[in-house]
Design a protein around this ligand. Structure first.
Ligand code: SF4
Length: 393
């Protein structure tokens, strides 16, 4: 298979970058321009659970009594506490972050226990209570885990992904009847079919795994939702050809890729302060901006730094390259906490241009900004930095 494609170690496509590209090519392009990254609690929570699960799967238990029980929940909590601290430090040192929510560690712990129960459920052990699992039984579970957090790469080097778990699925005689590629999900489980992008991501892992092997047992790809401990199998044809098309389309480029504004894609886009297209679509009424939490491009008309209140003018997008025009629409605003620090810092450096306001809470013509929101310079990016291309590995 390696000979099918020229080896290209530089640019690689992962399932998350493929999804980002499919949602909006400009979103993908902006994500590659070394702009300041935004941290989020759901992502940090997911990382802590994933990394804890990996640690527990790789635990060396040789120095413990084989029949010891009651250790698994305790050890899992210790491991999660350690991973939680690592995530917290990374979160708080990221240039763009809301407030850290320590209380969510209980949700993370429940997620981790749910994932462990699912893993135990795949290993035909008689007891399923985690507190009853002995050291010997956990070693048995570990023997079914062929890989945890393993990296998959296509023969050509263009496609890569990190799978959470590869499980040896055995029959009642202990013989391998298949492999299960399990991707752990800490978000909301689907009520019907898998979300298409999750389905594609799972198929991507499945097909990458097949790609490097002339012989393998049946391979199934499943989403494991830890909150309700349900598994959802991905179905569909091989996606490798489509992924290679996406690889071609996502090659590093100085020229920004096309923007495809949409309510869902733009709502969850971290790069709006650098994207002039969503604001034009908002100005034109193509995008909905009427929710309680809003993103805006504005100019500050007046601001009382002591009281943290002021008046702003909503800017109007003239074109898709970020040109703005004034408007008669005025809104009051109240700012505090982290958002106030950001605004005060802009004022202190003498900045008086347009600003992007992310996640403002609207209450009767007043925008409320706090730890949950951010204030950034409005900086439409119309050309690549070149940093990405020089640094690509
Ligand atoms: S804000 Fe919308 S249009 Fe702009 S890059 Fe993000 S998803 Fe695409």
């Amino acid at each position: 298979m390696r000979s099918m494609h020229e080896k290209s170690p530089g640019h690689q496509l992962s399932p998350s970058s493929w999804n980002r590209y499919e949602q909006c090519p400009r979103k993908y392009w902006l994500s590659r321009q070394k702009l300041p990254k935004k941290a989020s609690m759901p992502a940090s929570l997911g990382n802590a659970v994933h990394n804890s699960l990996e640690d527990i799967c790789n635990l060396d238990l040789n120095d413990r009594a084989q029949d010891e029980s009651g250790w698994l929940p305790v050890t899992s909590k210790e491991i999660l506490d350690r991973q939680w601290s690592i995530e917290k430090e990374a979160f708080l040192s990221s240039p763009r972050h809301p407030s850290w929510k320590d209380e969510l560690i209980s949700k993370a712990y429940q997620g981790l226990l749910g994932a462990l129960k699912m893993l135990v459920g795949k290993s035909d052990l008689p007891n399923r209570e985690l507190s009853d699992i002995t050291v010997w039984q956990w070693k048995h579970v570990q023997s079914r885990v062929l890989a945890s957090e393993g990296t998959l790469e296509s023969d050509c080097g263009r496609l890569m992904g990190r799978l959470d778990l590869l499980i040896d699925d055995v029959d009642d005689k202990g013989r391998t009847k298949g492999w299960i590629v399990a991707d752990l999900k800490t978000g909301r489980p689907p009520t019907g079919d898998l979300d298409p992008k999750v389905n594609r991501q799972l198929l991507f892992y499945r097909d990458l795994l097949k790609m490097g092997r002339s012989e393998h047992p049946d391979i199934r790809a499943e989403g494991w939702y830890s909150s309700d401990q349900t598994t959802h199998e991905a179905t569909g044809p091989n996606v490798i050809d489509d992924a290679l098309v996406a690889w071609e389309a996502t090659k590093p480029s100085q020229i920004p890729l096309e923007g495809r504004p949409g309510d869902f894609a733009c709502r969850f886009c971290d790069w709006k302060a650098w994207c002039p297209i969503w604001w034009k679509a908002t100005t034109d009424g193509t995008l909905n901006n009427n929710g309680t939490f809003r993103d805006e491009v504005v100019r500050i008309i007046s601001y009382d730094e002591t009281g943290g209140a002021g008046l702003l003018e909503r800017s109007v997008a003239v074109d898709e390259i970020g040109t703005l025009a004034p408007s008669s629409e005025r809104l009051g605003f109240i700012v505090r906490d982290r958002a106030k620090l950001q605004l005060d810092s802009l004022i202190e450096e003498g900045y008086d241009g347009a600003v992007f306001i992310g996640g403002a809470r609207m209450t009767t013509k007043v925008l409320n900004l706090g730890d949950w929101s951010e204030i950034l310079k409005w900086r439409p990016l119309l050309e690549g930095t070149g940093i990405n291309q020089r640094n690509s590995t």
